[in-house]
Design a protein around this ligand. Structure first.
Ligand code: PLP
Length: 393
């Protein structure tokens, strides 16, 4: 929530920093130290007793991870946070740090594959149940909330079908029913949407994706309300999913360019989506800022722009989709996303291959569906490569 004198997003992303040391360095140094010293035993006692703040040990905190979290909190409009070693450790810790046996999680069915595995394969061992709600049937969600539902977990836009959830509606539902709302904001980043503004209690990230944006590292973040983060921090401190200082240092630098990178990713994505929509070999293009997207109006309301991902369905199903991916000359074939390099992924045979055919169909993953994470190359070159791959045979 921008107050009159608050710095703008771009400024906060650059100027939020750890305190300068006696060397008056211009950018923040890297604190490669596993532990920190105490001035005396009284200070040590007070720090361990949480009476005073300070770094004790890098598994608990480190100036580089603290800087990254403070910056992300300003950008997301959240109170506090914990940095983690991967996006999945953020998703896991944000749930396991708060839930206990007997609790229930209501989640959107369209989830990142490993989050789905946590809910369906790992949490049941500990007596934590879940139900899935259909992202396109918001009218059915409230009835799925049980007396023991402690958390609602969602991603918007969803992967890879780019369906949106109305965060304003969901924030109000969670508040009314007293349930913690946890939003994985990895696809949008805080530059495109800030779930906490709509009442999300937790905002989780794989910072591996657009926040790093350069395909260099793995990391995660859990941001949110002070009292929830306090419990999550206790869990993280004693179970140890900490982000390394080097990665935190690099990711804080990555955030300095997030706004300009996202603007360009989104401009390029809109150009690619517009090209694909007119192509005779393409059955359907899904992009939130195209008027053909069924939730176009919501996208305009909730997101600053349409995002860096474009999903489309080629005519000819699995065979044509596989050939298209094989025919690419520049665009990378990897399952990742959120890089300077454009990436093509065929979810039905890779990221979502473990799902049953029915589960895939339920989240709109057709055999001919291809997801492009649009990079920062010149958009004409990306379009040229995808066009030749599409038209080759
Ligand atoms: C990649 C991703 C994750 C997992 O993050 P890692 O950094 O790979 O552990 C979680 N959620 C979404 C939406 C993702 O795209």
């Amino acid at each position: 929530m921008q107050e009159e004198n608050d710095p703008h997003f771009e400024t906060a992303a650059i100027r939020t920093r750890a305190a300068q040391t006696q060397h008056r360095e211009h950018t923040v140094p890297l604190y490669l130290t596993s532990s920190f010293t105490f001035e005396n035993s009284e200070q040590a006692r007070a720090m361990f007793a949480d009476e005073i703040e300070g770094n004790i040990y890098t598994r608990f905190s480190n100036p580089n991870t603290t800087e990254l979290i403070e910056k992300l909190c300003v950008l997301e409009g959240t109170e506090d946070g914990v940095a983690t070693a991967s996006g999945m450790s953020a998703m896991f810790t944000s749930m396991a740090g708060l839930l206990k046996a007997g609790d229930h999680v209501l989640a959107s069915r369209s989830l990142f594959g490993s989050t789905h595995q946590i809910l369906t394969q790992i949490f049941p061992r500990w007596g934590i149940a879940h139900s899935y709600a259909d992202i396109n049937r918001p009218d059915t969600w409230e009835a799925l909330i049980r007396p023991n539902t402690k958390m609602i977990f969602v991603e918007t836009p969803s992967n890879p079908s780019l369906d949106l959830i109305d965060l304003d509606w969901l924030g109000k539902l969670a508040a009314r029913r007293g349930v913690i709302l946890n939003v994985d904001n990895c696809f949008a980043t805080p530059y495109l949407q800030q779930p906490a503004k709509y009442g999300a209690h937790l905002v989780t990230h794989s910072v591996t994706k657009f926040i790093d944006g350069q395909g260099r590292t793995i990391g995660g973040a859990i941001l949110g309300k002070k009292e929830l983060i306090k419990e999550i921090r206790f869990f993280a401190r004693h179970t140890g999913p900490s982000l390394s200082p080097f990665n935190a240092w690099m990711l804080s630098k990555s955030l300095e360019t997030l706004a300009v990178r996202m603007d360009r990713h989104c401009e390029n994505a809109l150009q690619l989506a517009t090209f694909l929509e007119g192509h005779p070999r393409v059955e359907k293009v899904i992009y939130p800022f195209l008027p053909s997207h069924p939730q176009h109006e919501l996208a305009r309301r909730q997101m600053r722009s349409g995002g860096p991902l474009v999903t489309f369905i080629v005519k000819g199903g699995l065979g044509r989709a596989a050939r298209l991916v094989d025919n690419l000359q520049m665009v990378s074939r990897t399952s990742n996303l959120g890089d300077t390099r454009s990436i093509a992924t065929h979810p039905a045979s890779t990221t979502h291959a473990k799902l049953s055919d029915d589960d895939r169909a339920a989240v709109g993953i057709l055999p001919g569906l291809i997801r492009i994470s649009v990079g920062l190359e010149h958009p004409d070159d990306v379009i040229r490569d995808i066009r030749q791959a599409l038209e080759k045979d």
